[in-house]
Design a protein around this ligand. Structure first.
Ligand code: NAD
Length: 339
């Protein structure tokens, strides 16, 4: 399959590329990434080394640019698109929502339009459980739960989802949406909870926990999410939405305490900080539709996934330090600057 995968220098996209190259011997991928602060070419360097120029191609560009997207689809005879590219951090969206509208809404609409004009037959748009808003202590989100986004980030993702819906309803364009709960695993940018807490704990710095730490998230190991996206690409039906989750509801404070115990660090490092405005209380995913239609099952328990994640960060300190120091930007200029 000849794929355009967007945002694959980011956390989930990079993991998705490793999953693809491990599981599909014929896959051909163009990775279109703008290399924002969250995009790190080091994350996909082994693929560049092994398959660069034959089955893997990097394009430094913006999903919002019709010329770039149109050219890639034509030049590489792309058959399907998987859209991971996004501004993805809730706190940044609270600080300044506008880049979220530009990339997540306009960027997605441009990809849909270029793919539609080229007559592509499969488009997977990667979305989030956050579009559903928040839950009380009971119940789970299903694909029928009404959209009720509470942050500028989730509002931009919900808007993109609605454009996907409109492209299916208006043009019959074959787009499927995946909505997934909180991911964790290798290559996650250290502004997100698990790598942030790892980095702070390793340096014996205070671990900032929002509010009383009782907000609940349903955690999924990134490889399980990648399998869900791949199943959607190969077996998903046009116009459908598929929820994915890890069956692992945890309070944030539980996650932090488990990490401290695995790292052998004291709980006295925990510091409670002022809660995030509009902080959703609880997310939980009902993924029975994906189980039934796609045969999806999460394979990682939270305990196994967390242990593997911590081992990965321990064994890849250079990756983490490059991100922290911004050296990866230098790498990016050297690696891609002259191409
Ligand atoms: P990330 O922030 O780690 O990576 C985003 C990537 O997109 C980066 O490489 C960045 O350079 C690239 N990008 C940003 N703007 C771009 C643009 N205009 N053009 C091209 N590339 C651009 O994000 P992530 O955590 O890997 O999330 C990937 C997708 O999955 C997002 O759409 C996100 O909404 C969704 N999602 C994430 C989670 C999670 O827990 N991380 C959960 C559910 C859904």
């Amino acid at each position: 399959m000849r794929l355009l995968v967007t945002g694959a220098c980011g956390f989930i996209g990079a993991n998705f590329l490793y999953y693809l190259f491990e599981t599909d011997p014929d896959v051909y991928v163009v990775n279109l990434d703008k290399l924002t602060y969250a995009g790190n070419p080091l994350s996909v360097k082994p693929l560049e080394d092994e398959y660069g120029g034959s089955r893997y191609f990097f394009e430094h560009g913006d999903i919002k640019d019709p010329e770039v997207v149109g050219r890639i689809i034509e030049e590489h005879r792309i058959e399907a698109v998987v859209n991971f590219a996004a501004e993805s951090h809730v706190d940044r969206s609270i600080n300044d929502p506008s880049p979220f509208v530009v990339t997540n809404v306009q960027g997605t609409q441009n990809l849909l339009e270029c793919a539609r004009r080229a007559g592509l037959e499969q488009f997977v748009h990667v979305s989030t459980d956050e579009v559903y808003g928040t839950l009380g202590p009971e119940g789970k989100f299903t694909e029928q739960t009404p959209l009720a986004p509470n942050s500028p980030y989730s509002a931009s993702k919900a808007s993109a989802d609605l454009f996907c819906r409109a492209y299916f309803e208006t043009y019959g364009f074959p787009v499927a949406i995946t909505r997934c709960s909180n991911n964790y695993g290798p290559y996650q940018f250290p502004e997100k909870l698990i790598p942030l807490m790892f980095f702070k704990a390793e340096n014996n710095e205070p671990l900032p926990v929002y509010g009383d730490g009782r907000n609940v998230r349903d955690w999924i190991y990134v490889r399980d999410h990648c399998r869900g996206v791949d199943l959607t690409l190969r077996k998903g039906k046009p116009g459908r939405i598929y929820n994915f989750g890890g069956d692992a509801e945890k309070q944030n404070i539980e996650v932090v305490r488990t990490m401290l115990s695995l790292l052998g660090k004291p709980e006295s490092l925990i510091t409670y900080v002022k809660d995030r405005p509009g902080h959703d209380l609880r997310y939980a995913m009902d993924f029975s539709y994906a189980q039934m239609e796609l045969g999806f099952e999460p394979e990682y328990t939270f305990e196994r996934g967390l242990k593997e994640t911590i081992d990965w960060y321990r064994n890849n300190r250079d990756w983490l330090e490059n991100v922290q120091s911004g050296q990866y930007l230098e790498f990016m200029k050297q690696w891609y600057g002259e191409r």
